[in-house]
Design a protein around this ligand. Structure first.
Ligand code: OOG
Ligand code: MG
Length: 257
């Protein structure tokens, strides 16, 4: 095991994401603990910001059993979202620039008032201006989509693309909504928003707590993704993907090549 400077790891992770090129798992050859992994994540996002991107929110990850089981990591994680990751609903998606992308159904919160630290579910929802159905395109930069906990955190929790649907009234109950992810019109994954820590608002509570550990707060205008309620499915050229969330609506895209 050798030590690699955190800034060098950030450069490797950022370049992998920027160019859509697979990288080796850091923890195979290098020491990396969870706090350092979040530092690498912050440094790699600084590189994107230096290129002109803007942070637009955070995504929570591994907040459901289905997601934990799929990637073999069972800790809740978070990552940073930038405007460069935003994709328009219904727009074609090209596979160029991705390593091995997958899509998963998500619920998005739009933050209206600053939120950070230890908060109750009620305080968390008070800070929310709207909720929406969303689809997240995740793309681990690691070979074979294989990673340990510090690796995935350093890779910005596999963040790659986000499609957010129409914003809905924040008083819409979201604790037990039917969720479906369809491929070419056929349901491939189905579940409930209750799979997200029992209630997606708990994921928002965790987001407020975890970003505060990094000295941040959830800012007005930010998007918070609660985490996939089902396993993610690989993107295949020529197929159409749609996420439907009961009461909130649907979002989707077609993969071109
Ligand atoms: C890690 C990212 C997890 C989620 O919603 O659970 C995530 C991964 O699965 O590669 O985005
Ligand atoms: Mg996700």
């Amino acid at each position: 095991m050798t030590r690699l400077p955190l800034a060098r790891m950030a450069e490797i992770a950022d370049e992998g994401a920027r160019t859509g090129t697979a990288i080796a798992q850091f923890t195979n050859d290098h020491e990396l603990d969870v706090p350092d992994a979040y530092a690498v994540q912050a440094l790699s996002i600084s590189r994107r910001v230096a290129r002109g991107e803007r942070v637009v929110g955070v995504k929570m990850g591994l907040t459901s059993r289905a997601k934990m089981a799929q990637v073999g990591v069972d800790e809740v994680i978070w990552g940073r979202l930038t405007d460069g990751m935003l994709l328009a609903d219904g727009a074609p998606l090209s596979l160029g620039g991705y390593v091995h992308p997958r899509v998963e159904p998500e619920i998005a919160f739009l933050i209206e008032r600053p939120l950070g630290g230890r908060v109750t579910a009620m305080q968390a929802m008070d800070a929310v201006g709207a909720v929406a159905a969303a689809a997240e395109v995740i793309d681990s930069r690691y070979e074979d989509f294989k990673f340990a906990l510090p690796d995935v955190i350093a890779d910005n929790s596999s963040s790659s693309g986000i499609v957010v649907g129409a914003w809905c009234d924040p008083s819409t109950p979201i604790d037990n909504l039917g969720i479906a992810l369809s491929v070419d019109g056929r349901n491939q994954e189905v579940g409930s928003s209750a799979a997200i820590l029992g209630d997606p608002v708990r994921s928002l509570v965790e987001a407020a707590r975890m970003v505060a550990e990094a000295g941040l707060q959830l800012e007005p205008g930010w998007i918070v993704l609660a985490g996939g309620a089902t396993a993610a499915v690989p993107l295949v050229a020529g197929s159409s993907y749609r996420v439907t969330v009961e009461s909130l609506g649907r979002v989707g895209f077609t993969v071109t090549e």
